[in-house]
Design a protein around this ligand. Structure first.
Ligand SMILES: [Zn+2]
Length: 192
């Protein structure tokens, strides 16, 4: 079989693309407790000589617009802000496309309602673009369809299940709170 005829394999942000015992995470992928997870929407690229797996975004440097949906992973959190790595954006016209950018998300302020929002490193989240412009991209996470889509246990790194509105770890018999999206664990990437 020549290279051209091998079907392309695609990954969505948060997809497990290999096990750490099989491959070393390369570009746009992260080792999470022995599972290599894609950070972006793109094509899976395996280097079987170097045993390296990475994900190549389909289209980079697409422009981002107000009201687009963004899929992102949480890189860093403090009390007021989270640093995110966007891996894909969706709107009805373009469909789902790769988009690679680091953006900061405010956790509070005038868009917040209810209890303080908790995010943790490694959370895969859906956010909405509220504004773009010279001061950067402003994202919101407070809409009904927005929030955490997949995450792992803080203590044992097991994938958390949505149970009675909270995220539950079967290993630890513990729950963690998040602002969870309704399609947590069964992600609809064409959600608006
Ligand atoms: Zn656990």
């Amino acid at each position: 079989m020549d290279v051209e005829s091998i079907p392309k394999e695609q990954a969505f942000p948060g997809d497990v693309i290999a096990l750490a015992e099989e491959y070393i995470p390369g570009r746009n992928s992260t080792d999470e407790n022995g599972e290599i997870v894609s950070n972006v929407f793109g094509e899976i690229v395996r280097d079987d000589q170097e045993l390296n797996i990475s994900v190549r975004p389909y289209k980079e440097r697409q422009t981002i617009h107000r009201n687009d949906i963004a899929y992102a992973r949480v890189l860093k959190v403090d009390q007021r802000r989270a640093s995110l790595r966007i891996g894909a954006i969706y709107n009805r016209k373009m469909g789902l496309v790769s988009y690679d950018a680091e953006v900061s998300l405010g956790l509070g302020g005038r868009f917040s309602r209810g209890p303080p929002l908790v995010l943790r490193i490694g959370d895969l989240i859906r956010v909405r673009v509220l504004r773009t412009g010279s001061r950067g991209i402003e994202l919101g996470i407070y809409g009904d369809n927005l929030g955490v889509l997949r995450t792992t246990c803080y203590r044992c790194r097991n994938i958390l299940e949505l149970k009675n509105g909270a995220l539950y770890c079967e290993n630890c018999d513990k729950t963690e709170m998040r602002k969870v999206a309704p399609d947590y664990g069964n992600i609809n990437f064409e959600e608006e």
